[in-house]
Design a protein around this ligand. Structure first.
Ligand code: SF4
Ligand code: FE
Length: 482
C-alpha cells in the first residue's frame, strides 16, 4: 500500500490535460485550488497506515489474500459493507470534505457483479478482464474515478434521438484490437485525484442505444481526454494568503467535466460493449452503492458541522440557552438517522453471483432520499446558531492589519477567554460547509450526487412492493383469506 506522500508523488506522473480559469494547468498537484482535494484523497492513504484505523481502512483482498486499502476491495459480506460506511464517516470527520475515492470503489463492486452475470448469460469474457484490471488497482493501490453521468442534452429524448449524438458517451469505431469512444462525463468527482477512470453507462439503454452501452477503464492521462475544472463558491479564496477565510484549512473536493475525443480503448480494458440489456443492472447497482456511501461520508461531515455549531454557541456565550441545546439535539438526531440508514442497507446486503455483496437497494435509496433533506436542515440550524456575523465579518487581511485589526479584535470578541480569532475561524468553517466550497459536497451534492431526489423515488416505487402491502391490507380487512 502507498503512503500519503507516495500517493501524492504518484500523481505527478499522471499528465492530465486540464483547464482551469481558461488556462491549461501545468502542475495540478501543486495548484492551490486543486491541492486541497488531493489532500482529502491522501487522507485515505494516511489513515490506512495508522494502527488504530487498520481494521476499518484496510482488509484482506478476496483476490490475492494480501492486505489492501479497503477502497480497492470487493465486499465479501455485510460486515464489509458496514465497515465501508464506518470508514466513510471517519474520513468525513477527518476532512470535512468529499474525499472522492468512493466513486471508483462503488464502480468496482457494481461492474464486478454485472460482468459476471453478463458472461454467464451471453458467453462474453468481461469478468476476467475486469478482475485483471482490479488486480492491478489493488497491487498498485490506485485511485480510480468511477464515471457515470453523461451530459444528457434534451432529457425527453433517448441517447440515439439526441440532435447531437455525442451528448451520451458512445462507441464510434470498432477495431481489431479495441474500440474508439466519444462523449463526456459531467460532474466527475475526483477526476484529478485519480490514476485511472472507469466509465459506465448513465441510463438503462434499449436496442437502438446499443452503441451507448459501454464500460471501460483507461489511465486518466490517455490521449483524447480533456478535463475542465468546475468552479466552486469562494474558490479564489484558496489563492489568498492565510488559512482563515477558506474555513477548511487543508481539505476540499472537486468536480470536472471530462471530455473523451475519439479515445482508443484496448479490448482488455473493455467491460461492456453493446450489451444494452445489462445497462439497467449496472446503473442501479452503482447508484445503490453510492447512495449507501452517502450514509457514511455526509454523516462524518455532519459531525464536523455539528461540532462547529456547538463551538460557535460556546464562543458566543449562548451554549446554555435551552433553544440552542435543543437545536444541537435536533442536528444530532438527523445526522444519526442518516447513519442508521447507511448501516441498515449494509446490514441487509446479500451476495451476488460473483460472490460480491450488494446492499439492500430499497434501503440504500431511502438512505439517499433522506440525505437530500436532512443536511439542509442541519445546515439551517448551524446557520441559525452561528448568527449573521458568519456572512458579514471582514477578511483575514483586515484582521491582520495594524490599524483595523485591533478594532476587529475588540469588537468581534465573544466570551472573555476565547481568542477572537478562534470565534472567526469557526464561523468561517460553518460558512465553508453551508455556503462555501464544501457546500458543494455537503449541500448540493447531498441533493444531486448519486442521483437527484426523483431518481431515488423511482427506485423506491419499484422496490417498495406495493402489491404485497395491498394484500396484507386485504387480509386484515377481511376482503381476502390468508
Ligand atoms: Fe465519497 Fe461522499 Fe464524495 Fe461520494 S460524495 S465520493 S461518497 S465522499
Ligand atoms: Fe458524490
Amino acid at each position: 500500500m502507498l503512503s500519503a506522500e507516495q500517493y501524492i508523488e504518484s500523481l505527478r506522473d499522471v499528465k492530465y490535460k486540464v483547464y482551469l480559469f481558461g488556462e491549461l494547468v501545468d502542475n495540478p498537484v501543486d495548484h492551490p485550488i486543486i491541492r486541497p482535494s488531493i489532500n482529502a484523497v491522501a487522507k485515505s492513504y494516511e489513515l490506512a497506515g495508522e494502527k488504530q484505523h487498520e481494521e476499518l481502512m484496510t482488509v484482506k483482498s478476496s483476490l490475492t489474500g494480501k492486505r489492501i486499502n479497503r477502497f480497492t476491495h470487493l465486499h465479501q459480506g455485510c460486515e464489509d459493507l458496514i465497515n465501508k460506511i464506518k470508514m466513510q464517516r471517519l474520513l468525513g470527520q477527518k476532512t470535512a470534505a468529499c474525499f472522492q475515492r468512493c466513486v471508483g470503489f462503488d464502480a468496482f463492486n457494481a461492474v464486478d457483479s454485472v460482468t459476471c452475470e453478463m458472461d454467464h448469460e451471453l458467453g462474453t469474457d468481461y469478468h476476467k478482464r475486469f478482475r485483471d484490471f482490479l488486480l492491478q488497482v489493488q497491487e498498485k493501490d490506485l485511485v480510480v474515478d468511477g464515471a457515470m453521468t453523461d451530459p444528457k442534452g434534451d432529457r425527453s429524448l433517448r441517447p440515439h434521438q439526441q440532435a447531437d449524438p455525442d451528448l451520451y458517451l458512445r462507441v464510434v469505431d470498432k477495431r481489431s484490437n479495441g474500440i474508439v469512444v466519444r462523449g463526456a462525463k459531467a460532474h466527475q468527482t475526483g477526476a484529478l485525484s485519480s490514476h485511472e477512470i472507469l466509465v459506465m453507462p448513465t441510463v438503462a439503454m434499449g436496442e437502438e442505444d446499443a452503441d451507448y452501452a459501454v464500460s471501460f477503464a483507461v489511465p486518466s492521462d490517455s490521449p483524447g481526454i480533456t478535463y475542465i475544472y468546475g468552479r466552486q463558491s469562494c474558490d479564489t479564496r484558496k489563492l489568498e494568503e492565510g488559512t482563515m477565510d477558506v474555513g477548511n484549512c487543508r481539505y476540499g473536493g472537486h468536480e470536472c467535466l471530462v471530455v473523451f475525443e475519439d479515445l482508443f480503448v484496448p479490448h482488455e480494458r473493455v467491460f461492456m460493449c453493446g450489451e444494452y440489456s445489462f445497462t439497467a443492472a449496472l446503473v442501479e447497482r452503482f447508484a445503490a452503492y453510492h447512495r449507501q456511501s452517502y450514509g457514511g461520508c455526509k454523516v462524518g461531515v455532519g459531525d464536523v458541522l455539528i461540532g462547529a455549531a456547538a463551538l460557535a454557541a460556546e464562543y458566543n456565550g449562548a451554549a446554555k440557552a435551552s433553544h440552542v441545546r435543543d437545536k444541537i439535539i435536533e442536528m444530532l438526531h438527523l445526522n444519526e438517522t442518516l447513519f442508521a440508514c447507511g448501516l441498515a442497507c449494509s446490514g441487509q446486503g446479500a451476495p451476488t453471483a460473483s460472490g460480491t455483496y450488494l446492499v439492500d437497494m430499497l434501503l440504500a435509496n431511502v438512505c439517499k432520499q433522506n440525505v437530500t433533506r436532512f443536511p439542509y436542515e442541519i445546515a439551517r440550524l448551524a446557520e441559525d446558531i452561528a448568527g449573521g456575523l458568519m456572512v458579514t465579518m471582514p477578511s483575514e487581511k483586515d484582521f491582520r492589519h495594524p490599524l483595523v485589526g485591533p478594532l476587529l479584535e475588540k469588537y468581534l470578541k465573544g466570551v472573555g477567554d476565547v481568542p477572537t480569532e478562534h470565534r472567526l475561524r469557526v464561523l468561517r468553517l460553518i460558512e465553508n460547509l453551508t455556503l462555501g466550497a464544501a457546500a458543494v459536497g455537503y449541500r448540493t451534492e447531498s441533493l444531486h450526487g448519486a442521483g437527484s431526489p426523483q431518481a431515488q423515488r423511482i427506485m423506491i416505487q419499484r422496490q417498495g412492493n406495493l402489491e404485497e402491502k395491498k394484500k396484507l391490507a386485504r387480509i386484515i380487512a377481511g376482503i381476502e383469506k390468508e
